[in-house]
Each structure stands twice: as structure tokens, then as C-alpha cells.
Design a protein around this ligand. Structure first.
Ligand code: C2O
Ligand code: CU
Ligand code: CU
Length: 458
């Protein structure tokens, strides 16, 4: 991690950034998990997984406080289960096999139905055969609209992710032992909405809500915007209530697997002018992942015309009464072969939480990492004992970063905390959602080789 890379909070130690450290319509829609083909490069790639035969998983739209019904039909020969990342919904709808439901077998349907309490940018992905289905395409964006429109002219969703392909367009193995034991196995074809640098037209001078989601299985995207006046308005779904600096080429924003950032973008006034979403990959110059192109005569909007996003109804933790639990993320001392159910195993364990590797998908009689009392406030200390970065994700609850041993963290509500090398971060939350909530690294090869557990709220 270079000092100049910017993630929320990365500048603190350097002090340079001045942050002080820091589809488809709602209602009912059957989602059919199926195999798909798509030209990710020049040749058509077969053996992909999506919700239609020849297109990426659609953006699913819902409305804050309104029920959504999403029956998931499995037409694959393997098992599946669908998870709605970041949504604070009832445990039984969370889509974690063996923990909250049994996996969905071939030919079976599971009726998901929930009412999202929060507006914002979320996403969905299977939590079973994860490496196989996610790495082959099944990661989609979910937009939960605010009850009141904040005043944008349009919006653009960008799903960033890699695929790992051979020269002939066929899939290479999605994971490697070497990658799983280190930072993960990276793809070699980087896409935005499965495309190579797509261009999207938006009104010249208009206000666009740009929702960027990293749904990759391993890569931490380093991004910035070029060519427009813009502001960060939400992070990991939740409105940003403080001023945060805009990333740039020297200090890109780090968006870990599972994380989201919403920008309010003021389109340039001149027809044909573009705004580029830039990303940096090791050993390469910055590259435009996606481009917004101004069309028509300028509608001359101004960022200051936007209403602030309404704050989501997340209860703020009471730190004076918060009990602490500590979690250590590191390599596994004993390794061992994981037990496998119907949800796929990588055949080895490399990682652990509190020095124990998660024993496998179908495990029985494995207790929670912590048991929290409903309604009480807690501080969770997340300690990374490894040299690798880990986007640590907690289901069902939103939390607030408090402090780090390496940087000062702005208090931006989230569900996924990117832990740096040897970093120790305290987060705080109110345990206000009952159930067994998966708690894991979102580098899928880490998740599937031990770095998983769950937290119980009773
Ligand atoms: Cu994005 Cu356990 O998930
Ligand atoms: Cu999740
Ligand atoms: Cu990890």
C-alpha cells in the first residue's frame, strides 16, 4: 500500500489529504440462475452464470420501505443461494447456506421477500458455489431508491469486475492455491457492466448519480473520475454526511470487493465531452473503465441544486455502554481439509478468524464468534495479523468505523471494512437485527479457505 493511495482514511498518517485521516422494477420478478454466454472480449465466452442467457445480471430496483419479492429459480446442475449484500433484512432472507437456509438445489425455487429499510447502492451474489458462480458472472447491482427523489437528471450504474480468461475466451481456473494463500487470484480482463470501456450518454450539463460497485472476487479497484465536477455522496450504500475529498490520479479511491461509492456528477456542458471513470492496475497507466458522454444542449444544472440524501434509519451506537469483542484475522496454524456440503470447497484452508479456520459450508455445531444482545451497542476490534488486505464484511448490520492504528477514519456507515496490512480497526454497531450473521472476508478465496465465521444476535 503506497501512502498516496487514498481510501477513506488512508491519508491520515501522511496528513496530506486534509480529511483528518480518513433493470428491473420492484414488485415481483423471478430470477432464474442459469448458464450464459457473452462476448467479454472478441470471442464469446461460454460457461458464464447469469440471470439471462446472453446478458449480465440486471440492476434490481427496489424502494426504501417497500416490499420486494424475488423468487430465485435454480436451473444449474449445482446448488446455489442468493445473498443481498448490505441490506439489513430478516435473517431468513439473507441467503447464507446452512446458516440461514438450506442451499437451493437444481430445479428448486426459493422465495426471497423483504422490505429494505435503507436506501442506497447494494448488490446481490450467490453465497453457495461462490467461486464458481460469482467468478463466472453472477454478481449484480441492487438500487434501493429513496422515498423522495434527490433531484438527479439521470443515473448510471457501473458494476466493476474482472474475468480470468484464456486467449480463446474460455475461462481459466478462477482460483489458484498461490492466490488463495495470498491476495487472491486476479482476473486478466477488467470490465464495467461486462463491457470493455462502455460509453453512456447523459444530458449535457445534467446531474448524474453514478453508482460504482466493485463486485470482483479479489481485486481492490483504485479509481478516480476525470473530466467533471463531482462529489462523493454515498459510501457502501449510506449517505456521506461529511465533506470527503475527491480522489484523483495521484490519490485514487480504494474500493474493495463488495464496496460501493456513489458520485454526484455534473456533466460537462459541451455536447460530446466526456467524464471518465479511471482505474489503475499494477504496472499499467490509468485506464478509462467507463465513460459518460454529454449529449444535447446543456441543461445547465448545478451540484448545489441537489437535496442532501436522507440519512438511513441506522441507530447510532452508544459508545459509553459498548462492550468490546476482538477478532484476529490471519493465516491458519493448522490448515486442514474443509468439510464440504453442497456449496463448494477450495479443498484447503489458509486463513482463520481468532486462529480457527472456518471448517466448511455444511458445518454443524460450530458456534458463533460472538453473541450479541439485541439492541445493545458493541465495539468490534478487527485485527489483521497478515500482510494481505481483507475487506471484512458483516451481514445484516451496518457499522461505524471508529479508529485505526494506522490512519484516522471518517465515520462513514458501512457493511464492509477494508483492513490494511497489519491494521487494527475498531468499529461500532448496535446489534438491532436478530439472527446468525455471516462475518467474512470478501476476497472469496479467503472466505472459502477459512476466513469466515458468524456473529449471533439474540
Ligand atoms: Cu457480499 Cu457474505 O457477502
Ligand atoms: Cu453480505
Ligand atoms: Cu481476506
Amino acid at each position: 500500500m503506497k501512502r498516496r493511495e487514498f481510501l477513506f482514511g488512508s491519508g491520515a498518517a501522511a496528513g496530506a489529504l486534509g480529511l483528518g485521516g480518513f433493470g428491473l422494477a420492484a414488485g415481483e420478478q423471478e430470477l432464474v440462475v442459469q448458464s450464459a454466454s457473452f462476448a467479454l472480449r472478441d470471442q464469446v465466452t461460454t460457461g458464464m452464470v447469469s440471470l439471462s442467457p446472453d446478458a449480465p445480471p440486471p440492476v434490481l430496483y427496489g424502494k426504501q420501505g417497500e416490499v420486494i419479492r424475488l423468487p430465485v429459480r435454480n436451473t444449474l446442475p449445482d446448488y446455489t443461494a442468493m445473498h443481498w449484500h448490505g441490506l439489513r433484512i430478516p435473517n431468513g432472507m439473507d441467503g447464507v447456506p446452512y446458516l440461514t437456509q438450506m442451499p437451493i438445489g437444481p430445479g428448486e425455487v426459493f422465495d426471497y421477500e423483504f422490505t429494505p429499510p435503507d436506501a442506497g447502492t447494494y448488490w446481490y451474489h450467490p453465497h453457495c458455489m461462490t467461486m464458481e458462480q460469482m467468478a463466472h458472472g453472477l454478481t449484480g447491482v441492487m438500487v434501493i431508491a429513496e422515498a423522495e427523489d434527490p433531484g438527479f437528471d439521470s443515473e448510471q450504474v457501473v458494476n466493476l469486475r474482472d474475468f480470468r480468461l484464456d486467449d480463446d475466451g474460455s475461462f481459466l481456473p478462477a482460483y489458484t492455491t498461490r492466490g488463495a494463500a495470498r491476495a487472491g487470484t486476479f482476473g486478466n480482463v477488467q470490465t464495467a457492466n461486462w463491457l470493455n470501456g462502455p460509453i453512456y450518454d447523459h444530458s449535457a450539463g445534467g446531474l448524474v448519480r453514478l453508482r460504482v460497485v466493485n463486485t470482483d472476487t479479489a481485486r481492490i479497484y483504485k479509481i478516480h473520475l476525470q473530466g467533471a465536477e463531482a462529489r462523493i455522496i454515498a459510501w457502501d450504500g449510506h449517505p456521506v454526511e461529511i465533506e470527503v475529498p475527491m480522489p484523483n490520479a495521484e490519490a485514487p479511491l480504494l474500493v474493495g470487493p463488495g464496496q460501493r461509492v456513489d458520485f454526484a456528477v455534473q456533466m460537462p456542458a459541451g455536447e460530446g465531452q466526456t467524464v471518465d471513470l479511471m482505474a489503475k492496475f499494477p504496472g499499467q497507466p490509468h485506464r478509462a473503465m467507463m465513460r459518460l458522454r454529454a449529449t444535447g444542449a446543456s441543461v445547465s444544472r448545478d451540484l448545489r441544486e441537489l437535496l442532501p440524501l436522507p440519512v438511513n434509519p441506522v441507530t447510532k451506537p452508544d459508545l459509553s455502554k459498548a462492550k468490546m469483542h476482538e477478532f484476529v484475522f490471519g493465516w491458519t496454524p493448522e490448515g486442514g481439509e474443509p468439510t464440504n456440503g453442497f456449496c463448494g470447497s477450495l479443498g484447503a484452508n489458509f486463513w482463520s478468524i481468532n486462529r480457527k479456520p472456518w471448517p466448511g459450508d455444511a458445518v454443524q455445531r460450530v458456534g458463533p464468534l460472538a453473541t450479541l444482545a439485541k439492541g445493545k451497542s458493541y465495539v468490534l476490534r478487527l485485527r489483521n495479523e497478515s500482510p494481505n488486505l481483507h475487506p471484512i464484511h458483516l451481514h445484516g448490520l451496518a457499522f461505524l468505523p471508529l479508529k485505526s492504528n494506522q490512519r484516522s477514519l471518517p465515520p462513514l456507515m458501512t457493511d464492509t471494512m477494508l483492513l490494511l496490512k497489519d491494521e487494527v480497526v475498531d468499529i461500532a454497531l448496535v446489534a438491532d437485527n436478530r439472527g446468525d450473521w455471516a462475518f467474512h472476508c470478501h476476497v472469496i478465496e479467503h472466505q472459502k479457505t477459512g476466513l469466515t465465521g458468524f456473529i449471533r444476535v439474540i
